[in-house]
Write a protein that binds this ligand. Structure first.
Ligand code: SF4
Ligand code: SF4
Length: 255
């Protein structure tokens, strides 16, 4: 495919994934030659309607206007890519699925919250079909470029299915759990970030969402033997991926 028609759309989120694309300074000219951008509000006020081959959608659905935009984009796009952890798994906005969203709004915005409507934060897949998920908070630049490159060839890339611990081993890091008795969620988290945080001596908080085939029981037993309770792990892992069923997975193993 010589040119791909693309739209970049933002729902509720920090816009960090859109910024990752703009931060590809060395590659932007090459991308611009291959992509016909129909919508990218962060970069341009130009909006072109009609069909698009690929829509990248960032953020989670937290407001009725997010849902309206998502449905409109889904109706126009041949392929819809969930861009970033909020879009894939709900992200931090979706961390508590029990509290009434109206109470949360009142706590954060006070009376100014009356100016806008909200709803319980959810990932894109709650409402529409998602063709490809690219997690990360924000997404890794190399994986975003690889995704665009594969889409130009009419396919999707393979993204890592191994945990962050695998990245950590490749980088020959000292394990923060074994060597430093810290709480690190790398074994339960989808890798592909080159163990960014443990490489800087900071435990993994699970920002790339759950790894699909983690052996939860073994990991929890491993952590429990080092004095880490299930509640502590649960709290950390629910920061980014509550709607992805992290709580249920941990409960299932231990009830
Ligand atoms: S530091 Fe964390 S990510 Fe690295 S090996 Fe240990 S548990 Fe896994
Ligand atoms: S190490 Fe964990 S928290 Fe840090 S970037 Fe990777 S997945 Fe996210």
């Amino acid at each position: 495919m010589d040119q791909l028609t693309v739209g970049i759309f933002g729902l509720t989120g920090c816009a960090g994934d859109q910024l990752t694309l703009l931060n590809c300074e060395d590659e932007l000219l090459a991308i611009a030659g291959k992509v016909r951008m129909k919508s990218f509000k962060m970069a341009s006020t130009t909006e072109v309607g009609g069909e698009i081959e690929v829509a990248f959608v960032e953020g989670s659905v937290c407001q009725p206007r997010d849902l309206a935009l998502l449905r409109e984009v889904r109706g126009r796009a041949h392929n819809l890519v969930a861009l970033g952890t909020c879009a894939c798994f709900g992200g931090v906005a979706a961390m508590d699925q029990r509290l009434d969203p109206e109470i949360l709004k009142e706590k954060v915005y006070g009376t100014e919250g009356d100016l806008f409507a909200i709803q319980r934060a959810r990932p894109l897949s709650t409402y529409v079909d998602v063709d490809f998920m690219l997690p990360g908070c924000p997404v890794e630049k190399e994986q975003l470029l690889e995704t665009i490159s594969c889409l130009l060839k009419g396919s999707f890339p393979e993204i890592p299915t191994t945990p962050v611990c695998a990245d950590c081993r490749i980088r020959e890091n000292v394990c923060l759990v074994i060597e430093k008795e810290q709480v690190c969620c790398g074994a339960l988290t989808r890798g592909g970030c080159k163990a960014r945080c443990p490489s800087l001596d900071v435990p993994c908080l699970g920002c790339r969402g759950p790894v699909e085939d983690a052996y939860y029981r073994a990991e929890m037993e491993f952590l429990a033997a080092r004095g880490v309770t299930r509640e502590v792990v649960r709290k950390e892992m629910l920061l980014f991926s509550t709607p992805a069923g992290m709580g249920e997975r941990l409960e299932k193993e231990f009830d």
